[in-house]
Design a protein around this ligand. Structure first.
Ligand code: IPM
Ligand code: MG
Length: 367
């Protein structure tokens, strides 16, 4: 199979984690006999520096022609006070919208080898296996009117939380269909005791649910959900929520997995005629400028995102499994990156990538 992939390393540790993710993808292609066509583009702070805008036209064109896009992270402190259109994060919002990837899947699971990495008690995190389905191209992140106007005591800022029925329906279908392949439970999260926006959300989710009688649906208010995620995380199967709630809750989910460095994500939406998803794959973590360029970031979120790409955009289930099994092997080996190893000598970013490739090969050709 020909794998036509755009790589957008972005900023900070995005560069070094995508390097390892590409190493693994290249290795998989070689081991399993696929042709890999890689292109690289600019997104985020680096794009502002080199092309004057966080989402250059060339990147947009590339992203629309490839089969899948692998992204590192965006964000640099030098742009903290820049106007919104000159911020790295705008690039990320731009590419998500351009690709129409309205569903962001963020699996959160606990690994046995990492139980002690979570600050929560082992019995709470052991066996956690959920997937957060975050709506990704609507809500507060994109709603208009938006902006800051005026000055002095009357200066004011506005953002708008808006969802159409259609936007809620399509992401809900995604969540229910995922649940059908899992433990058949959807928890929809909103703030319907206060927001009209959430009232529509809940009503539409209930309506969609009638088409999935084999899936159990319940609803949680977002504040309660934040609490339930640490009190009883095992009860969650598919957690469906809007853009901003999903952003916040998925960082909380990272605590269950042991480190935010572990979490991969797949953003999907439209399907190609072949049935493959148009996909954008990125780790959940940010650009972590404080540790960038030191070869110590955890690349497993990015490498897990490669596994998601193999599965969703290319339908290569065996290859995806090989990557995920290799991640488990690395964790079992105990030679872990610094975020997972508070004491002793940690593994560097590139050592983790090398180890993944080694485990992939060992599994393929048993010794
Ligand atoms: C994420 C990130 C982004 C988001 C930022 C970098 C714009 O936090 O993917 O979770 O808020 O979506
Ligand atoms: Mg986030």
């Amino acid at each position: 199979m020909n794998l036509n992939v755009l790589v957008l390393p972005g900023d900070g540790i995005g560069v070094e984690v995508t390097q390892e993710a590409v190493k693994v993808l290249t290795h998989i292609a070689r081991e399993y006999g696929h042709t890999l066509s890689l292109s690289e583009g600019l997104l985020g702070g680096i794009a502002i520096q080199k092309a004057g805008t966080p989402f250059p036209e060339e990147t947009r064109k590339l992203a629309l022609t490839v089969d899948a896009t692998l992204l590192g992270a965006v964000g640099l402190p030098e742009f903290d006070n820049a106007p919104p259109e000159k911020r790295p994060e705008r690039g990320l919002l731009g590419i998500r919208k351009a690709l129409g990837v309205f569903a962001n899947l963020r699996p959160v699971r606990s690994y046995r080898a990492l139980l002690d990495s979570s600050p929560l008690k082992n019995h709470l995190v052991e066996g956690v296996d959920m997937i957060i389905v975050r709506e990704l191209t609507g809500g507060l992140y994109y709603g208009t009117p938006r902006g800051i106007a005026g000055s002095g005591p009357t200066e004011r800022a506005v953002n708008t939380m808006t969802y159409s029925r259609e936007e809620i329906e399509r992401v809900s279908h995604m969540a229910f269909q995922l649940a059908q392949k899992r433990r058949k439970k959807v928890t929809s999260v909103d703030k319907s005791n206060v927001l009209e926006n959430s009232q529509l959300w809940r009503r539409v989710v209930n309506e969609v649910a009638t088409q999935y009688s084999d899936v159990k649906l319940d609803h949680l208010l977002v504040d309660n959900c934040a609490m339930q995620l640490v009190l009883g995380p095992k009860h969650f199967d598919v957690l469906l929520t809007e853009n901003m709630f999903g952003d916040i809750l998925s960082d909380e989910g990272a605590v269950l997995a042991g480190s935010i460095g572990m979490l991969p994500s797949a953003s999907i939406g439209a399907k190609r005629p072949s049935g493959a998803w148009v996909g954008l794959y990125e780790p959940v973590h940010g650009s972590a400028p404080d540790i960038a360029g030191q070869n110590k970031a955890n690349p497993l979120g990015a490498i897990g995102s490669v596994a998601a790409m193999l599965e969703y955009s290319f339908g290569l289930i065996e290859e995806a499994l090989a990557v995920n099994m290799a991640i488990e092997e690395v964790l079992k080996s105990g030679h872990l990156p610094a975020d997972l190893k508070p004491a002793g000598k940690p593994a560097s970013t590139s050592e983790v990538g090398d180890a993944i490739c080694r485990y992939v090969s060992e599994r393929r050709v048993p010794a």
